[in-house]
Structure formats: structure tokens, C-alpha cells
Write a protein that binds this ligand. Structure first.
Ligand SMILES: [Zn+2]
Length: 150
């Protein structure tokens, strides 16, 4: 459940209009269990996986329309050294550029280091969050101190 409804959110739908969110400098936010996301669940051990997310309409350093995706939470990953559960703390902000069509998508992809999201129609915030989580989760997680001190 989003904690507040931003004006860009279509009523009765989780989807939002990226162009409008960017123009309004709007914010969408919510809380979810990452274990409920199919592409993330495969990467998790058993346990709570609470994630707070926020998507803000913004622009990048040269003024191109962008979304800032903030994620904060904790995910149960398998430590690749001891094979125990490592509760990995996540706190990050990622900016993605928004393309209105395939041509713009290709051009932005060429011109920028940033990720580019294609928004030909309303976007599903949870899909953006899932994409970012899949990219953020370390390939070979390890306890910083392993075995962990009790
Ligand atoms: Zn370990």
C-alpha cells in the first residue's frame, strides 16, 4: 500500500504516468516484502525481506527527464562463505532516464551511463522496484565478518 497518493497515480491502479510525475516533481512510495517479487524471491533465503521504496520525478544533471528510485531494507541472502543467512542491508538511490519511445530509448542508451526505462504507457512502480532489486543484489554475498559473531 502506498503511504500517500501522489497526483500522478491513476485512481484504482498502481500504475503511474512517468511524464506527469516528473513534471510535478511528484513522489510515490510504499512498502513491500521482496519475497513476493518472483524475480527477487529466487535470490533470497527464507525470512523477512522488508523493503521501503520511493520513486521521485526528477531530471538528470543535464536536465533530461528521470526517475529517482530509493530503496531501503534488508534481504536474507546466502553467505557464499559459510552458506548461512546474511541479512544484507540495502540503502540506495538510483536514477533512471525515461524514454517515450524505442528511438529515444536507443539514443539515451547510447548517450548515457544511466539506465533507461521505456515508458510508452503508464508504469508499474513495483516492476521498477523489482528491476532495481535484481540489479542491486550482490552476485556473491558474504558476511562482512564471517562466521558472524553471536
Ligand atoms: Zn558467512
Amino acid at each position: 500500500m502506498p503511504m500517500e497518493r501522489a497526483p500522478a497515480a491513476a485512481p484504482g491502479s498502481g500504475k503511474f504516468d512517468a511524464a506527469r510525475l516528473i513534471r510535478d516533481h511528484g513522489t510515490l512510495e510504499g512498502h513491500l516484502d521482496a519475497g513476493a517479487l518472483p524475480r527477487v524471491a529466487d535470490l533470497l533465503m527464507d525470512g523477512e525481506a522488508p523493503i521501503d521504496w520511493r520513486i521521485t520525478g526528477t531530471s538528470d544533471a543535464v536536465g533530461r527527464p528521470a526517475l529517482a528510485i530509493d530503496l531501503a531494507g534488508e534481504l536474507p541472502l546466502e553467505c557464499q562463505r559459510c552458506l548461512g543467512v546474511y541479512r544484507w542491508p540495502l540503502s540506495q538511490r538510483t536514477e533512471v532516464l525515461v524514454a517515450r519511445d524505442d528511438t529515444e530509448m536507443a539514443r539515451l542508451d547510447n548517450d548515457s551511463e544511466l539506465e533507461v526505462v521505456l515508458a510508452t504507457g503508464p508504469l508499474e512502480p513495483i516492476e521498477l522496484v523489482e528491476d532495481e532489486l535484481v540489479l542491486a543484489i550482490p552476485f556473491a554475498p558474504r558476511h562482512p565478518e564471517c562466521p558472524p559473531q553471536a
